[in-house]
Design a protein around this ligand. Sequence first.
Ligand code: SF4
Length: 338
Amino acid sequence: MTQGCARGFGASTTSLSQVLDSVAIVSDSGQAHPPLTPSQESTLALLRRSGEPLVFSEAFVAGLRDEANEALAHFADRLNGNTMFITKHTLGSLFDCEAHFLAPDEFEWTPARAKGQVSHRAIQLLINWRGDAVPVDLVDDAIGRLINEERGLGGWLDTLDAADQADLRAQSCDLVTKFMECFPPLDPRSRPVTESSTQWPVDGLILLRGRSDLTIGRPVGRESRKLIVDLKSGRQVQRHREDLRFYAVVETLSRQVPPRLLASFYLDAAQAVTEDVTEGLLRSALRRTLDGINALIEIKFEGRPAKRTPGASCRWCPISADCPEGQIYLHAEDDLDN
Ligand code: SF4
């Protein structure tokens, strides 16, 4: 039993595992779905609910919200009217290296950087597609829709020459194809939602915002049934886990029912890495969030010098040439490579 959570809430309702079972084998047209691949089977096994229903106590959730409300009120007094949007990127970048976080943002789109957003948009279409979906069609449709939005990525996509478009299409098709091969097919009855935004509180100087790649399921009363999934290319890093824990906190503060399970799905490795949501996880994720907001106020508004923390982010840090700590780290990395 998860610490502090009640399991054993009436057994008569349809469990998410039952839903996921049906998801896997029935298409929306009612036709039998092709047999699952081994990686789809193993992913389904990891995401499937087992044991008794999970219900967090009302007092625990209320206590978490009270703690967050109290802390945000305290932080707001130190902001002198400034506002803050706190996302997983804010916290991840800040904890990687405060000096890098404050450095001018020299971000530029490239096909390799854009493939994540394009493929996520294509997967969003896939999940709501009727009939057989072909990865390249989904990707082309996603690119067209992003261009029509004429902001951010869309503006850049509209300027691409034929070769860069082909490059982006190839990289995005690779991710979409992997998702189709490795992730269990999703039935609308399991309430799959892509790019779902969550925010807490509704208004104020400090807002916490999450946007998860995929959620599956929904709470039933106070019973936690929702899965939050982030799709990842590349290798597993601790920050992915922290990102999901942040989503879980924002979900709990706003919806008042914690999610059941967090999963990073690694498309290259065709593997899900999951973590159960517990009271301890939510408490420590809220603590990390509040520590991050405190650090942000200190370095942005209260004059504390930003700490320099050498690490992987030195490789793409715009101020690395003038950072002695970063140079030592990068030279050590080069020595290792040689
Ligand atoms: S080079 Fe490394 S240590 Fe220096 S500011 Fe950049 S990320 Fe931080």
